[in-house]
Write a protein of this length. Structure first.
Length: 85
């Protein structure tokens, strides 16, 4: 039973879906993230939904809250990347 099925989630609400991410230098993600998680800590090069680009460090096991539209292969050495939305 999902007691929250009829509520509208805010940006501070937990993610309700996850997907495996394959970093790609030429394609945006199918869905923009609310956060990312990695199984092996490292750097992740991203483009955010507003178009800014950065290389961020993501620790393994935690959720890094970021609205990413692309995760680049070049500049990314973290592994086991999962997008949350």
């Amino acid at each position: 039973m999902d007691h929250f099925k009829t509520t509208i989630p805010g940006l501070d609400a937990p993610a309700s879906s996850v997907f495996a991410v394959t970093p790609d230098d030429s394609a945006d993600l199918a869905v923009a993230t609310r956060g990312i998680n990695v199984t092996t800590a490292g750097h992740v090069r991203i483009t955010t939904v507003d178009g800014s680009e950065a290389v961020i460090f993501v620790a393994a096991g935690g959720v890094f809250p970021v609205r990413a539209q692309r995760i680049w292969a070049t500049g990314t050495d973290a592994a086991g990347i999962v997008g949350l939305y």
